[in-house]
Design a binder for this molecule. Structure first.
Ligand SMILES: Nc1ncnc2c1ncn2[C@@H]1O[C@H](COP(=O)(O)OP(=O)(O)O)[C@@H](O)[C@H]1O
Ligand SMILES: [Mg+2]
Length: 236
């Protein structure tokens, strides 16, 4: 059964594309993966995959799709169902139709977040949309992934503790650190798992393992009608 992972966030630069490419490439070591890049005109994931294919010959099934509209995204998800083990959706930095379709149909929604006030405020603004989405689809599993986390600073830990209390959103236990390897790997078309930064390698491997475990434990979800998904997507 194909599992969908959606990277959704209101704010730009929080690490959606970094996490989407790293997770896609790491999962593709042992699974068939589709990467859906909805973030025009940046198309960060598409550039990353282009680099990967230009510079290396990696034996993997990692395919890219670029739906032009949220309706196309919905059709694409239906078409690809059963063809891949995992589908990873990289959404734009706003709660538009793409993000709304991804919210409705992902088996796991990951919300990358840095432990700074600005990022935490931005995710607070998403809470009403998440609540509304859960009223339509009670199976939605949305979790924070702490990114660029400087665990050695007091402010990062305090911000994360406050956010945990205020946001009441579950989080992935594995936090990703602030590391040059993430920037370099992106530019080179690699995952940090393919670099020699051991801390980054372990982090992404651990995130990959816990995402897989979470998804494999999920019970079969009830199918949502297209009408319900489109009605929610149209509201943006
Ligand atoms: N954990 C990290 N450590 C260091 N740099 C990071 C990390 N995560 C993201 N970045 C950098 O931050 C910038 C924004 O990340 P990106 O994934 O493009 O954000 P988004 O897709 O949410 O707009 C990029 O230059 C990226 O390389
Ligand atoms: Mg991006």
């Amino acid at each position: 059964m194909t599992k969908i992972i959606g990277f959704v966030q209101l704010k730009g630069g929080v690490g959606r594309s970094t996490l989407a490419t790293n997770l896609a490439g790491t999962m593709a070591e042992t699974a068939k993966v589709a990467l859906i890049d909805c973030d025009a005109p940046q198309y960060t994931c598409s550039h990353w995959l282009q680099q990967r294919n230009d510079l290396y010959e990696i034996d993997e099934q990692l395919d890219l799709y670029q739906p032009a509209t949220y309706k196309e995204l919905l059709k694409l998800l239906q078409k690809l169902d059963g063809q891949y083990d995992y589908i990873i959706i990289d959404c734009p930095p706003r709660i538009d139709g793409f993000s709304r379709v991804a919210l409705m149909l992902s088996n796991l929604v990951l919300l990358p977040l840095g432990a700074s006030a600005a990022e935490i405020w931005s995710i607070e603004a998403m809470l009403p949309v998440l609540k509304e989405a859960k009223q339509i689809n009670s199976n939605i599993d949305a979790r924070i992934v702490w990114n660029r986390f400087r665990g050695y600073t007091r402010s990062a830990n305090e911000n994360a503790e406050h956010a945990k209390k205020d946001l009441k959103l579950p989080e992935m236990r594995q936090k990703l650190g602030l590391r040059v390897a993430y920037c370099d790997a992106m530019a080179d078309g690699l995952t940090v798992h393919e670099t020699n930064d051991n801390n980054a390698r372990v982090e992404i491997w651990s995130l990959n393992s816990s995402v897989r475990r979470l998804l494999s434990k999920q019970k079969k979800t009830r199918k949502l009608s297209d009408d319900k998904v489109l009605a929610f997507a149209k509201k943006h």
